[in-house]
Write a protein that binds this ligand. Structure first.
Ligand SMILES: Cc1ncc(COP(=O)(O)O)c(C=O)c1O
Length: 432
């Protein structure tokens, strides 16, 4: 597989993106997230041109005044409010790339950013921009809809091979056995079992086949993990979660090599129409301003709850990357600033106590909500086997550890003691 944009990107990735420093400087991150400010909400579907040449230039991708040319034609192609959000997201993940490229007097852009109407739209459009009939996607354990989307591509002659991406050897074997491997896609931490994959090691494998490594960074966010620094080629997030932070909108983002984004992804975006509304982009720009503060607090609460859950005898197993019992604890420490806000735990006795616990939290008198999604100020609890991951064939689900007793908790901002008191009471009632 040879992508026209690949060699130039590989050269730039090695010069500007890969760094020994794994995390963004926390103060610089905060400065960008807040300092870039809030845009106006440009709630318009179409934009008037200054003259015929201006209109024609914009369709050619040229702009006289420096702003994104497609952000002022027609909102399906782009919008000034979404353009502002793209700038923040681009800087949060890629400021070090911008700095290094400028220092090297690079004249052409290195990274491009596009925001989408959902995380799934970001994933589907990126995939459509890469694969063709006869290709194989190598994927790890992923979110239920990403899993079912990859499987649905069979009818277009595109295969998917699911492998254990926590073991780079499995990825290597899959690559050598696959017909036309076209992309590697992984979530780390993955949803819902929080397994961690070695981005750096897998990026080297992807390079040996000249194919992109795509990382879904939804669970970690750019505050906890910066996949470009570790060698990833394309970074995706569902902004519905931590970026938004309050469950007020659905949106996604792709950061990737400039040529890939502008020449391959943008045409798919333009023709499929997964454009976010200007108001949703404004909400996400607002949410991003507090991302670093929320993540710090959420991670600290989640770590404490995970430690306590591990000591409860009704709990068969706790899955949290910040616990020494996690199979990739050391890798998580190396790759992530903190361990994230999601805890999954399996209850002894399977579905019945799990269902009782969730019904307990469905009551409005408890601090959590029984709801899918994650990353909000409000804590959520849900049952992956019957909800978010119900689309995965049962055998594959069981193999991935998504058993009937497994529940996934998205830690919010209610406070450790408030959440812990409710968990203890909920567990008590679930077995009585
Ligand atoms: C890891 C991950 N990626 C992608 C998605 C899809 O995002 P959205 O719901 O914004 O389409 C989800 C949704 O739960 C997710 O958990």
């Amino acid at each position: 597989m040879v992508y026209s944009w690949y060699q130039e990107w590989l050269d730039r990735k090695n010069r500007y993106a890969r760094t020994d420093q794994v995390f963004a400087d926390a103060d610089r991150f905060a400065e960008i997230a807040v300092g870039i400010g809030l845009p106006n909400i440009v709630q318009k579907s179409t934009f008037s041109f200054r003259n015929v040449k201006d209109g024609a230039d914009r369709f050619l991708g040229l702009s006289q005044s420096g702003e994104k040319p497609y952000a002022r034609i027609y909102t399906r192609l782009g919008n000034p409010t979404s353009e502002h959000l793209e700038k923040v997201l681009f800087k949060l993940d890629c400021q070090h790339i911008i700095d290094a490229a400028l220092a090297a007097d690079e004249k052409k852009p290195t990274i491009g950013t596009l925001v989408f109407a959902s995380g799934m739209a970001a994933i589907t459009c990126t995939t459509f921009a890469l694969v063709k009939s006869g290709d194989t996607i190598i994927s790890g354990g992923v979110y239920g809809c990403t899993d079912s989307f990859f499987r649905s591509l069979e009818k277009f002659g595109v295969s998917v091979k699911f492998v254990d991406t926590t073991n780079p050897e499995s990825v290597k074997n899959a690559l050598s056995e696959a017909k036309n491997p076209a992309m590697i896609f992984l979530e780390t931490p993955d949803n819902p079992t929080l397994y961690i994959s070695d981005i750096s090691a897998i990026s080297k494998l992807a390079e040996s086949y000249q194919i992109p490594l795509i990382v879904d960074n939804t669970f970690a966010t750019p505050y906890l993990q910066q996949p470009f620094r570790l060698g990833a080629d394309i970074v995706i997030q569902s902004m519905t979660k931590y970026v938004n932070g309050h469950s007020t909108s659905v949106a996604g983002v792709v950061n990737g090599p400039w040529k890939f984004v502008s020449e391959h992804l943008f045409p798919v975006f333009k023709d499929h129409g997964p454009t976010p509304s200007p108001f949703d982009s404004w909400l996400n720009t607002q949410g991003i301003q507090t991302l670093h503060v929320r993540m710090e607090r959420i991670c600290d609460t989640a770590l404490e709850l995970a430690k306590r859950l591990e000591k409860i005898d009704k709990v068969e197993r706790v899955w949290y990357p910040g616990l020494p019992s996690h199979p990739q604890y050391e890798l998580a420490k190396k790759q992530m600033r903190k361990s994230g806000g999601i805890i999954s735990f399996e209850l002894k006795g399977g579905f019945d106590p799990a269902s009782n616990l969730m019904n307990y939290f469905a009551s409005y008198t408890t601090p959590m909500e029984l709801a899918v999604s994650l990353g909000s100020a409000i804590s959520y609890i849900q049952h992956p086997a019957s909800m978010t991951h119900s689309g995965i064939p049962e055998k594959d689900r069981e193999e991935r550890g998504i058993k009937n007793g497994l529940v996934r908790l998205s830690t919010g901002l209610e406070g450790t003691e408030c959440l812990w008191a409710a968990i203890v009471e909920g567990l008590e009632k679930s077995y009585s």
